[in-house]
Design a binder for this molecule. Structure first.
Ligand code: ASN
Length: 343
């Protein structure tokens, strides 16, 4: 007899499992059993669902690399026995976590679908039920005897995105996420419409799952703005132990050409800091050398982040630093797509 599809639900916290504390008025997490009892529809799904949970569910604003390792371990420990994984996660930092997990899970050939909600599951107008039910269906979806999705995805409000291409764009709308530089992998309407050419398939040579748990937190993000102060920039570049800096630039990767700025960056790079050029724009990407204002950055050895999101850039930097690759190799590998996070 064919065994039924087995899905592991990993509950980390987030609004999906929160209730209002009527004394303080704030939303706080409640336990997982209460969450599941709010969705009796789950038994109608044609798959076996098991669940694990963080001991103490968190608001995703408290997410950190230690928790990412915990999620990766849940997946690793159950990888052979389960067909797919659904991670219930707060929406605030979901794009960071989905990006981090995409780098940590090398050779992934099963679906890992992040989802959550804007309103708690017990709320009358909740978006949680649809998000959770469809995320489970996506994790169980098969194409020609194989899992249809073989990567880390993020499902929210009728769309499955590649996780490391997403960013949270709205704190109010149910459609809270966007993937500005990569098409949706699946659209959920009357049918689940799969965008087959855009799904990631791991090459034959990398069939086994390898979990990378070594993430280096010595990274930072610097968003530039007109009038940014010299002392401010210089003090950031001098932070003790800083190894990689994501520089959020204007438009297609442009920054001021003032001497002090270029010199400060150049000195930091020569001392071993990895500086990654990422655009502040929601869509499009960095084209180094397209304007004179980015030619200088190219000349001094700034890394081209192309159209990577800030979330994917910062987690890719943590991952690559954890791999302890050499300075030049870091630049070359960073500018290469590892998990479909850039073109
Ligand atoms: N603060 C919540 C969280 O990220 C927001 C949400 O889940 N919608 O945990």
């Amino acid at each position: 007899m064919e065994r039924s599809t087995k899905i592991l639900l990993i509950y980390t916290g987030g609004t999906i499992g929160m209730v209002k504390d009527y004394e303080t008025g704030a939303l706080t997490a409640f336990n997982f059993d209460t969450l599941l009892s709010n969705i009796p529809e789950l038994v109608q799904l044609d798959c076996e669902i098991e669940s694990v949970s963080f001991n103490v569910p968190i608001d995703s604003s408290n997410m950190n690399p230690g928790y990412w390792v915990k999620i990766a371990d849940f997946i690793g420990d159950n990888y052979e026995t389960h067909d797919g994984f659904v991670v219930l996660h707060g929406s605030d930092t979901m794009s960071y976590s989905a990006s981090a997990l995409s780098f940590m899970l090398e050779g992934l050939r099963k679906p890992v679908i992040f989802t959550g909600s804007q309103l708690p599951i017990g709320d009358l107008r909740t978006d949680a039920k649809e998000n959770l039910i469809t995320a489970i269906q996506l994790a169980a979806l098969r194409e020609m005897e194989e899992p249809a999705i073989q990567e880390v995805g993020l499902y929210f409000e009728y769309k499955l995105y590649r996780g490391n291409r997403t960013t949270k764009v709205n704190a109010e709308h149910f459609e809270a996420f966007n993937s500005p530089n990569y098409p949706e992998l699946v659209n959920s309407g009357v049918h689940l419409n799969i965008n087959l050419p855009y799904l990631r398939k791991v090459k034959n040579t990398k069939r086994t799952l390898k979990i990378h748990k070594n993430l280096d937190r010595n990274v930072g993000i610097l968003k530039i703005f007109p009038g940014i102060d010299k002392t401010f920039v210089e003090s950031i570049l001098k932070i003790d132990g800083l190894k990689a800096l994501v520089l959020e630039t204007f438009g297609a990767g442009n920054a001021t050409t003032e001497n002090w700025f270029v010199e400060a960056l150049s000195n930091a790079i020569n001392k071993g800091l990895h500086v990654i050029n990422v655009t502040q724009c929601i869509g499009g990407g960095v084209v180094m050398g397209h304007y004179e204002t980015s030619k200088e950055l190219q000349r001094i050895g700034v890394i081209n982040g192309k159209e990577i999101t800030t979330e994917a850039a910062i987690t890719k930097a943590m991952y690559l630093l954890g791999q302890q690759v050499g300075h030049m190799a870091f630049k070359t590998i960073f500018e290469t797509s590892l998990r479909g996070e850039m073109s």
